[in-house]
Design a protein. Sequence first.
Lengths: 390, 255, 292
Amino acid sequence: MNEFLIFEGISKSFGDLKVLDNVSLSIGKGEIFSILGPSGCGKTTLLRICAGFETPDSGRVILNGKDITDFRSNKRQVNTVFQNYALFPHMTVRENISFGLQMAKVPKNQISREVDKFLDLIQMTDQADKKATKLSGGQMQRVAIARALINKPQVLLLDEPLAALDLKLRQRMLVELDWIHDEVGITFLYVTHDQGEAMSISDHIAIMNIGKIEQHGTPAAVYEAPSNSFVAAFIGDTNFFETEITKNEGSYSYLHIEEFTDIMVYNDKNFHEGSKVYLSIRPEKFTITLDKPEEHRRINMIRGVVEDIIYLGTHTTYWVRANEYLIQIRQSHDRFLLDQKIIEHGNDVWISWHADNCYMLDRYNVRDESLLTLPDDDVMESESPDPGEE
Amino acid sequence: MNRSRTPFYIVMGIIVFLYVPLLIVIINSFNMSRFGGEWGGFTLKWYGKLFNDRDVWHALSNSLIVALSTTFTSMVLGTVAAIALYRFRTFLQSVNNVFIYMPLVVPDILIGISLLLFFVALKVHLGLFTIYLAHVTFCISYVAMVVMGRLQDFNYSVMEAAMDLGASWFTAVRRIMIPILAPGIFAGGLLAFTLSIDDFVITFFVTGPGAATLPLYIYSMMKHGSPMVINALTGIFLTFTFIIIIISKKLLEEK
Amino acid sequence: MKERIKKRFAELLLTMPAMMWLVIFFVIPTIVIFIIAFKEGDSFGGIGREWTIRNFSELANPSYPVIMWRTIWLSVLTTVICLVLSVPSAYYLARAEKKWRDILLLLIIVPFWSNFLIRIFAWKVVLHPEGLLKQVLVFFHLASENTFLLYRSEAVLLVLVYTYLPFALLPIYAAAEKFNFSLMEAAYDLGAGRIQAFTRVYLPGIKQGLITAIMVVLIPALGSYVIPDIVGGPGGEMIGNKIAQRTFVDRNLPQASVISTLLILIVMVPLMIRLAARGRKNGDADTRGGFM
């Protein structure tokens, strides 16, 4: 059922600040659905409205056919994993996990059995009687998840659950979360600002920005076919070019960019001739060569000079200057590199790509370019020593 | 830049300044001579006199009765007031804040005289009960202040977590907030207890016949009676205070 | 909608108990002071039935300005001395090692928490004409046999400082503890001398603590009664003495009210200054930040 949890026209303001602007979303049963966006985009507020900690100014929340908008948080079949876990510090692991069932007045021996089952699921049976304050970050997160899941909610809400963990631990916990989801089969609504998390774990993603949903779909759909410059820049990296359509030919358009020969692009959005559009090409869609590539009617090519090279082992990022544009290109090394002619600083190169591998955007905001990773930011991620969490 | 030693000397000076009179009194409590000026030999007779003085015990029990009732009442009132101030941001709370703040900065004597006039005007009989009413009045603010201090560090999302798991707000306060605040509440209670036992000025104004508390008794002894016994009382008092402070510290340190 | 009503109910339930108590036993009695000032006393030392303003003529008595002035300058001087001693002490304590710091703080707090009367009594013993201190001073020719250390305003000042010093030290220490001392190093690095850094970086940094300290010393000091009563004598009388005298010795409650009114007015001055300064800083009605 694709419409298990529905947000219908949700708007919410805090004072003068409009945090959510007519947001509508529909989430399927049993899936992991992520809401991704920068800080302040409203994703946490949307989650809190779903949990019942905030009430929307307008709009409805419908869960499994029932309108729960006016229900208080303790009356909803929804549970939350908080960003800082919010474990009860004066209680043990066991007491924390039992709390929800106690509130539901489940008989004691049944609680005990369920708690043991979940302790086993999160592999903390040995630490059951430890005080919540004595746990490590990863342990606290697992207890928080168990405490929420044991109540068999219809939806589990996760508010940036991995934000407080360091890199290595985050990667590990992400895998565990995925595994727990498969074991338990409950719908997850996951909120984060980290695109890596969202893309790797989700069945569907929604991208939010300043209170609005920019796009939603599967991770691949959102990555490969962003509907506007915000999505294109927020997820992964891309190159933007200001262009004008000179001619449409069947399902392709010809674009004119200053000082370049015309570019051919697949026209999936049916733009008219004469439209001013932005061309977006992702770095990995290019091929970079020292020699001119074979000509083909669907292959675009440009000449440029290599300004910057960042070698990362599996791939290299090149920054190539072509007229006024600085183009980012990512080349995977699928063959033994040392046998090939290596491209160096200052080389004249050809960059080429297929017309199907780029796209046009009509909604473009120059501000969105600041989301891209520029040459100064693109540093090698060093392997920092693991502080030994867990 | 070298650290100047001046602040250190000032601190040492202050400590000496604070303790010299007390030490002199304690030494004198063992002094045989009736005058503080000269040493007459070691004795415990003043402590003996203290223990045998029935009025002292009577005053002490009065002080304890008042202090315990005051502590309990002000702990409850102060805590709920602090929780209200923490949780809500309305005009009512601004007023609440002013009311709680005022007794902390008004001189004792004004609280004392105002209550005396109030009780006399209403023809209320002055005694232990009026002392109790007066003590609670100024203790609420202190308890509220201590609890508010703990609330600053309180992580509100545990309350949301409790409600998320099915608890009503009141259940969450009862089972989550109060247990977490408990050390702070008890520290506030301890503060109220000490202030109540210690109070003189306000008690002096609202007391009635037969309702002597320990400070009142000490005062009357100072004015007309054997001052040497007071030295012995000081020694005992200081010991108890020392113990209470250590307990209080331990309570506030618990995370 | 029901949500909001429930929330209101919860707020009232939590706020009303303490507020009602304080209204009945604090706010109303304060108003009563003003009312009683206008009433006749009765012959039993209680409150009569008639209304009068005769009590206010009492204030024309020439001793009042003297006492008022003494009350004010003693309180101000006490506050200043307490601040001067507390500020460097807090500086030292906030930077000391934890072990030392805890011990020293404990040492400072213990006398503070011991009974107030007993501490004053201790000073009466020390300052006694036949006491040890006097003998030492005479030995060093700093005083003659006839000088009285007791029963003068200097004695009152001494004991006031003794009593209120911890009240000043604790909030200033609390502020110093939160102060980021690397700012001092930054100042030195930029060429500031020790005193300059102290006055231009440290003092403004603990401003909140200084203000709290002033409030908890100055205002209670203005209302001192016991200290001048025990060590002050006639040369060290303060307003508090007068109030107590009218109440217990002269048994004239209305006159006591009049003097209390006077004290309230004196006390209002620093309070109003404080509130005005706060209002100007915040702009809105949220006076909650930092309780004092």
